[in-house]
Ligand binder design. Structure first.
Ligand SMILES: Nc1ncnc2c1ncn2[C@@H]1O[C@H](COP(=O)(O)OP(=O)(O)OP(=O)(O)O)[C@@H](O)[C@H]1O
Ligand SMILES: O=P(O)(O)OC[C@H]1O[C@](O)(CO)[C@@H](O)[C@@H]1O
Length: 332
């Protein structure tokens, strides 16, 4: 088989480990792999990994071409958010490119948007499409965790541990904004791991007045410092907006807002992300041999599973309720 592989949407730590796994598994099973640059944009532009240096159209990636990339953040293939691919015409163009270059299968690595695109492609194209979940958002149903999530939590926790030092020294309240436009997984796991007092997530209607009451209570319990983790998609706004509202409600602490931003997407993946990426890349390649298509390769309770693309994004992945309660109980 000739397999195309691409990274799409926001980059996530572990995408390189997944790419290495796809290439090594394919070589081991006698397939050839071509890397596509810049996600779906590369499908439309016929932009392949290595074609700049070899001058060859669609050069095959050797096992050695992916040596020592697992530890690197970002993606060596480059990623993109490609508007043109969202249209029927964009998908048709991609199909004709894949056929012109005689691809048999495609492995897109990305988040929910990437899988929406993959679902459209697998309906329009006769080749096989199997996706690997790569996003720091952990917002895909059908896999316990997405590649990159664990590293992003680690990065955010490292930052908050440092902020706690200064928060304690100055008796301050820090509002720390983490990524997550529609999903609070990153905010909730970060808050729990960093022993934050409060998490404001898009899934729960956290109003500033309620946060304020909670903060007053924590003050009365003798807390020197408070960390509030705010998902960027929080309904009352991000960290800066919430800071303004808290000030209006007589917050008993001096407050500061910190936006972690894209720092959460970078850096070397944790061992957990490297292992997840390696398992899922290998599983995606092995699943192709069975003729499977239109599926995500995920991991549930330690087992590799195949989940139809539509199931991964058609519903919102719920937050673990018990973790919300746990955070509340621990913060007093
Ligand atoms: N409904 C859709 N139909 C076709 N293609 C889509 C659709 N939605 C998204 N895509 C394609 O997938 C790409 C990646 O999607 P998006 O930008 O939403 O990132 P993502 O995969 O969700 O990753 P992240 O979680 O990091 O944001 C888009 O740029 C677009 O090319
Ligand atoms: O790089 P961009 O386009 O600013 O993307 C930001 C978005 O991507 C994500 O980080 C996922 O990768 C979201 O949490 C965030 O809202």
């Amino acid at each position: 088989m000739k397999i195309g592989v691409l990274c799409s949407g926001g980059d996530a730590p572990g995408m390189n480990a997944c790419l290495r796994s796809v290439v090594r598994a394919a070589v081991s099973d006698g397939h050839s792999v071509v890397g596509i640059r810049h996600g779906y944009q590369g499908l439309l532009d016929e932009h392949f990994y290595g074609d700049e240096s070899t001058g060859k159209a669609a050069p095959v990636m050797s096992a050695r071409s992916v040596s020592h990339i697992s530890e690197r953040g970002g993606t060596i293939l480059s990623s993109s958010r490609c508007q043109q691919f969202r249209s029927d015409n964009g998908v048709r163009m991609a199909v004709s490119m894949l056929d012109r270059h005689h691809f048999d299968a495609l492995i897109p690595i990305g988040g929910d948007g990437t899988f929406r695109g993959a679902a459209a492609l697998s309906k329009a194209w006769s080749g096989q499409v199997i996706g690997c979940p790569g996003t720091i958002d952990n917002d895909l149903i059908g896999t316990d965790f997405t590649i990159g999530f664990a590293t992003a939590v680690q990065t955010a926790v490292d930052c908050i541990d440092k902020l706690r030092d200064t928060a304690e020294s100055h008796s301050r309240l820090f509002l720390v904004e983490v990524m997550g436009r529609h999903s609070g997984h990153l905010a909730l796991y970060t808050a729990l791991a960093a022993s934050a007092e409060i998490a404001c997530v898009p899934e729960v209607a956290v109003i500033a007045a309620k946060v304020s009451v909670r903060v007053q209570l924590l003050k009365s319990l003798g807390k020197h410092s408070i960390i509030v983790v705010v998902a960027e998609g929080n309904r009352e706004g991000g960290a800066l907006a919430l800071q303004e509202k808290l000030k209006e409600s007589d917050c008993p602490y001096d407050t500061r807002a910190v936006i972690l931003g894209h720092v959460q997407r970078g850096g070397s993946p944790t061992p957990a992300d490297r292992i997840l990426a390696t398992r899922l890349g290998d599983f995606a390649v092995r699943s192709l041999a069975g003729g499977t298509s239109g599926m995500m390769a995920g991991q549930q309770n330690g087992r590799c599973v195949l989940v139809p693309f539509e199931e991964t994004f058609s519903k919102h992945k719920p937050l673990p309720e018990h973790q919300i309660e746990l955070l509340d109980r621990m913060s007093c």
